[in-house]
Design a protein around this ligand. Structure first.
Ligand SMILES: Cc1cc2nc3c(=O)[nH]c(=O)nc-3n(C[C@H](O)[C@H](O)[C@H](O)COP(=O)(O)O)c2cc1C
Length: 348
């Protein structure tokens, strides 16, 4: 079955096609450091057979956190905790990526300071969020630099890959979407201008990230609104940065409030469009819960990898359980013998 077949892109030699997508646990220490909860959570999914684990949104600057309890990678002291989680997952044969993020106008951390939050344009997400300041070009340089430093630290921590968070209405996707970017300088207006900041972040990251290691990009391929991002424009944007990206992780929404019609695999068509038209490997995500849905997406060429978020929250052993249930030879599953034997009811 395709789900259990290996996939290789650059150094990422994945033992199967199942990805644990980045999902914020909101349990980091207020200094951005890893806790034991992170270790248990991620290493459990690795022990359950997941091929690629992408650790949650990790802020490159303190005001790039979504909340006061998000992970950070803005200083060297944060490397130790992240490294422990990455090494723990790798022990079980999983590859591990770290998602680098700046929350932009969706930052709720440091709430006492009204000047704390920045965005391409001074428009609040809604009435429950602070109104952001328009980020200056000097501050944009600093954010780009922070992504570069974040990538350098992620490499030092031993991550196999990084994912740049360009989705869900955080800073980078605020630059990409016409709904949140009303700038009149070279970073606003047409498609190329709105992609400029993303390209600068990717170029900075590549200046320190080892050539052989993969770089993933997560995007919101549509805003689900007529005036917002459409998949055709996202195809253009991905083409602009194609030379700097190895895998595109195709999500949608989160930039503005919009009604989203959801159903199993509801974003797979967006993944297929980007995969086909940009000639890039993709990850499909969104209400993928069963092996049949995963097989449909992979078998019909809608994606190279499938991400299961809430399903892997519910069941860390999804990969091993489904492989066993469908008669996959457990000896081919790269997990410790003692786990495999449990499926075969072996007693020692
Ligand atoms: C609690 C929670 C936290 C999330 N945190 C992140 C995150 O840190 N970064 C990100 O790109 N997406 C995040 N997401 C989105 C998920 O990665 C995923 O795209 C979404 O849950 C849909 O997949 P699913 O239907 O398989 O759960 C989060 C989702 C949830 C429910």
């Amino acid at each position: 079955m395709k789900t259990f077949q290996p996939f290789v892109v650059k150094n990422l030699e994945l033992k199967n096609r199942v990805v644990f997508p980045p999902m914020d646990l909101y349990c980091a220490k207020t200094d951005g450091n890893v806790t034991d909860e992170h270790f248990v959570h991620y290493v459990s999914r690795a022990a359950g057979g997941t091929g690629l684990i992408i650790m949650e949104a990790t802020a490159v600057l303190p005001n790039g956190r979504i909340s006061d309890n998000c992970l950070g990678i803005w200083e060297d002291a944060q490397v130790t905790g992240l490294s422990r989680v990455a090494q723990g997952c790798r022990r079980y044969g999983a590859k591990v990526a770290l998602q680098l993020n700046h929350a932009g106008r969706k930052c709720t951390a440091g709430a006492q300071d009204p000047e704390y939050t920045v965005a391409p344009s001074p428009i609040a997400f809604d009435e429950t969020y602070r109104k952001p300041r328009e980020i200056s070009t000097q501050e944009m340089r600093e954010v780009v630099e922070a992504f570069r430093e974040g990538a350098r630290r992620a490499d030092a921590a031993g991550f196999d890959a990084i994912e740049i968070h360009g989705a869900h209405g955080y800073l980078i996707s605020e630059f990409l979407s016409p709904l949140t970017n009303k700038r009149t300088d070279e970073y606003g207006g047409n498609t190329e201008n709105r992609t400029r900041f993303l390209r600068e972040v990717l170029e900075a990251v590549h200046s320190v990230w080892p050539e052989e290691k993969a770089v993933l990009l997560r995007v919101s391929a549509t805003d689900h609104l007529p005036d917002g991002m459409q998949v055709d424009e996202m195809v253009e944007m991905v083409r602009i940065v194609r030379d700097l990206v190895d895998v595109v992780h195709v999500s949608s929404g989160g930039v503005v409030l919009a009604r989203i019609d959801t159903f199993p695999g509801y974003q797979a068509a967006l993944s297929e469009t980007i995969r086909t038209r940009c000639q890039v490997p993709t990850i499909a995500v969104g209400l993928i819960k069963t092996l049949d849905v995963a097989e449909e997406i992979l078998g019909n060429g809608r994606a190279d990898l499938v991400a299961l978020g809430r399903e892997l929250f519910r069941n860390p052993f999804w990969v091993l359980q489904n492989a066993f249930a469908r008669g996959v030879d457990m000896d081919t599953m790269e997990v410790p013998t003692i786990y495999r034997e449990a499926f075969l009811d072996k007693l020692r």
